[in-house]
Each structure stands twice: as C-alpha cells, then as structure tokens.
Design a protein around this ligand. Structure first.
Ligand SMILES: *[C@@H]1O[C@H](CO)[C@@H](O)[C@H](O)[C@H]1NC(C)=O
Ligand SMILES: *[C@@H]1O[C@H](CO)[C@@H](O)[C@H](O)[C@H]1NC(C)=O
Ligand SMILES: *[C@@H]1O[C@H](CO)[C@@H](O)[C@H](O)[C@H]1NC(C)=O
Ligand SMILES: *[C@@H]1O[C@H](CO)[C@@H](O)[C@H](O)[C@H]1NC(C)=O
Ligand SMILES: *[C@@H]1O[C@H](CO)[C@@H](O)[C@H](O)[C@H]1NC(C)=O
Ligand SMILES: *[C@@H]1O[C@H](CO)[C@@H](O)[C@H](O)[C@H]1NC(C)=O
Length: 387
C-alpha cells in the first residue's frame, strides 16, 4: 500500500475511471490531480499523455504548498504557508470554489486527517506549532495548539514540525521536527492529541518527511532528512500505549554511487512508498543538471532498505512526489519548483518498482507558474496529488 494517510483520499469514483480499453492500457486512463504552488491551486486532468488545467484559484501572495481533500464533503483544505490562514474550497467536478478561511498557527506546511476525517492536524514549520482542528462541521474549529519543545539542532532558531503522518494503526501521528532533530509522537486517543514521546536523532539530521511500511505484523518507518540527506529506517514496536523506534539503518538518500554534485545545497525532499516495499525519495538542489528520485527497496526477509536506482526528476527542486491511486500505483507524479518541467509522470514497474527514465508525460514549468510570478525563481508546483 501507499502512505496509509493517502488512502483516505481514494474515492471509489476515481478508481472506477481506470478502465483500460486499448493496447496501451496503462496510459488510457483519465485522472484528476491537485497541484499547489506559489499563488495558485490547480485542478489538472491527466489523460495518460498530457496534462490539462481544468480549474484554478489564483491568489497573489498565497502559498498553498499542501492540501487535503475530505472525500465525504468534497471540502479541500489548503494551507497558506505565508500566513496563518487555513483556506477551504469545494471541489465540484472541475469547479474549485473558495468557501472560507480560519486562522491557526503561522507557516503550516502539512495537513493530516485522523482516521474518520473529523480531526485534522497541521504541522506549522514556520512557527514551531502543531494545530489540531475539529473538521467535523463546515467551519473548522481549533481544538488545540501545541508548542513544540526541546533542544534545537545546530544553527537552528526554532522548531520546525514538517509533517504529521497517521500511523497504520490510526492512533498516532508521527511528526518529524527539522529544527529539533527529533521525531514527535502525537497520540490521538480519546481526542487528547498529546505529544507522548520524542525520539532524538543525530545532531544536524534535519528530518523532513517519512512514510510507513507494514510487513506481516511488523511496522517500519522510513524518514528522509533534509539537512543531512540521510534516510533512516526504523522498526516501530507497539506495546500498549507506547511505541518504540528502533533504528535499523542510516544511509545517503542518494545511494552510494550517485552523490550530489553539490553536497552543500542538497536537501532531501519527500517520501512516497508503494506496495510496502518500494521507497521513493526526492533529492532537491543536487547541483546536477536535473534533480533526482532515488528508489530504495525494502527487503522484509533481511529487514533492510537497499538502494536500487536513481531517476531524473526532469526538473529542479522536486518538493513533492506522489503515487497514482490505481491498484498497481503505476505512476509516480513529480512536482518540480524549477527547471524545465513543472509536472512529470513517470511510469513505475509494479513488480520491480523501477521508474522509467523517459516520462509518460511532462508539462513545462512556464505553463505552471502563476500570472505575476514569471520572474520569480522556482515558482513552479510544490504539491501534487491524484484525487
Ligand atoms: C490527451 O490529450 C492530448 C491533448 O488534448 C491529445 O493530443 C492526446 O491524444 C490525448 N491522449 C489520449 C491518450 O487520449
Ligand atoms: C512566501 O514567502 C516566501 C518567504 O518565506 C517568499 O519567498 C515567497 O515569495 C512568498 N510567496 C508568495 C507567493 O508571495
Ligand atoms: C481564491 O482563494 C482565496 C483564498 O486563498 C480567496 O480569498 C479568493 O477569494 C479565491 N478567489 C476566487 C476567485 O474564488
Ligand atoms: C501476527 O500476530 C498474530 C497474533 O499475535 C498471529 O496469530 C499471526 O500469526 C502473526 N502473523 C505473522 C505474519 O506473523
Ligand atoms: C551528479 O553529479 C555527481 C558529480 O558530478 C555525479 O557523481 C553523480 O553521478 C551525478 N548524479 C546523477 C544522478 O547523475
Ligand atoms: C553549492 O551550493 C552552495 C549553497 O547553495 C552555493 O553557495 C555554492 O555556490 C554551490 N556550489 C557550486 C559549485 O555551485
């Protein structure tokens, strides 16, 4: 399975559109994607060979770098990384209509639902806070704002919660804190949303985004660290109300053979996991002609994470990568903030997990930059998700 939290985005309707009819079965599929980037949110249709923008909201100065769609109400929640606003839209077919905004902590970069989508947690990178929302009614109500505490990493001025990912049991959210070189465990039980555990990482780790793997009765967590460009594999053990993280391995997000041309600028991005086995990590600002996506394979027999290959992102600064929502997760979508291609679809072999070097489709960055942002550097897409 993919990241468990994304399962909540699956809609039966969009799965049903995957009806292969031609020789090129894998390409003859109509998909809808949500794209976020500086000053805009886009709804994009993908027909297997090209991307077409079908709906949009353009708001100068907004930074909707992360979104979640509540399937039951078609409510789209979007962060604005540059303010304290949580913005709400309705997504009705291709029509994206703004409905309202509420105020939480500043600089939220990630949203996550609880299991039944009545609560939503925001990771406020910009202000070192964690917001807990009641999203059971039309207007979100803030339930709790938790200040992240603890020692800071080298050269860090504040804590930077970067993600909040619901674990496979649906009880805990795991929050990497880039500023504090730690992982926080937020316990959602009985609506408490308390940090019940912190796990310290090595100094300068700079953890950013993680993902879960389940194998038999075992749970694993892979964590991509932006500041150190390391990927850490943990085994997660559950005992009663506790969970323990046991480090299994720490290695470069680039693998041993393909180091970044510029190790100073390099900054690991995000993680996508297919089939509880194939782990993809985006490598940003590598200094190479284009940035890359590393593919690691989790081996359940030896409980090890092994570098398999690297693929071009066909652009620069791939802040987000995500898998298509068909059963095979046959595509990996890439959002590049810079370079030639803003949006890319790479075919993924469902058996080996290997990504094709040549994209099945790509849309130029120039076509994906909001009006007025043309002169800004890296103003391309920051978020991509099939819905
Ligand atoms: C997808 O759309 C493009 C542009 O409209 C078109 O040229 C192409 O034939 C379409 N591909 C498929 C598989 O329908
Ligand atoms: C958001 O703020 C960043 C600085 O934090 C700035 O670089 C960027 O231009 C702002 N985005 C927009 C869309 O104004
Ligand atoms: C677009 O979204 C913003 C909130 O980010 C909202 O203020 C604005 O009214 C929306 N624009 C339209 C045309 O709906
Ligand atoms: C998982 O745990 C259950 C109950 O503890 C046990 O019956 C089952 O055999 C275990 N499955 C595997 C694959 O280890
Ligand atoms: C990036 O550049 C470095 C140094 O030139 C090189 O060793 C590495 O193989 C390149 N990466 C890729 C994916 O080509
Ligand atoms: C490598 O990246 C650093 C930090 O962004 C930058 O200052 C430096 O100029 C880069 N080096 C090269 C050779 O581009």
């Amino acid at each position: 399975m993919m990241l468990p939290s994304l399962v909540t985005l699956l809609s039966v309707g969009s799965m049903a559109t995957a009806a292969p009819t031609t020789m090129n079965a894998r390409d003859a599929v109509s998909r809808r994607l949500l794209i976020g980037g500086p000053s805009q949110i886009l709804a994009v249709d993908f027909n297997g060979t090209s991307f077409e923008v079908v709906g949009k909201n353009v708001t100068s100065g907004a930074a909707p770098s992360w979104m979640r769609l509540k399937s039951s109400t078609k409510t789209l929640y979007a962060v604005d990384e540059n303010t304290s606003n949580l913005n709400q839209f309705k997504l009705d077919d291709t029509k994206l209509s703004y409905t309202s905004s509420v105020t939480g902590s500043a600089g939220v970069v990630f949203l996550e639902f609880n299991k039944d989508q009545t609560r939503m947690v925001g990771a406020a990178y910009g202000s070192g806070m964690i917001d807990v929302w009641d999203v059971s009614a039309d207007t979100p109500k803030i339930l709790k704002q938790v200040k992240v505490e603890g020692a800071l990493g080298p050269n860090q001025k504040i804590h930077h919660p970067h993600q909040a990912l619901l674990d496979p049991t649906g009880r805990f959210m795991i929050i990497p804190d880039l500023g504090g070189d730690q992982i926080l465990v937020l316990d959602t039980k009985d609506d408490k949303y308390e940090i019940t555990k912190t796990v310290s990482l090595f100094a300068g780790a700079g953890p950013r985004h993680g993902g879960f793997i389940t194998s038999g009765n075992n749970t694993f967590y892979t964590l991509a660290c932006e500041l150190s460009n390391k990927v850490i594999l943990f085994q997660v053990d559950y005992t009663g109300d506790e969970l323990a993280f046991k480090e299994i391995s720490t290695q470069s997000t680039y693998g041993a053979e393909f180091p970044p041309a510029n190790a100073t600028s390099a900054a690991a991005g995000t993680v996508a996991i297919a089939n509880n086995k194939d782990v993809y990590i985006s490598n940003r600002l590598s200094g190479n002609a284009t940035d890359s996506i590393s593919h690691f394979v989790f081996d359940a027999k030896t409980t090890s994470l092994n570098f398999a290959h690297t693929a071009s992102s066909h652009g620069i600064l791939p802040r987000d990568i995500s898998l298509s929502i068909d059963k095979d997760q046959s595509l990996l979508f890439v959002a590049n903030q810079g370079g030639d291609n803003g949006l890319v679809a790479l075919h993924r072999c469902p058996v080996t997990g290997r990504l094709d070097a040549t994209p099945v489709a790509a849309k130029s960055l120039a076509e994906l930059v909001a009006p007025g942002m043309e002169k800004e550097a890296n103003a391309g897409p920051q978020f991509v998700q099939e819905i």
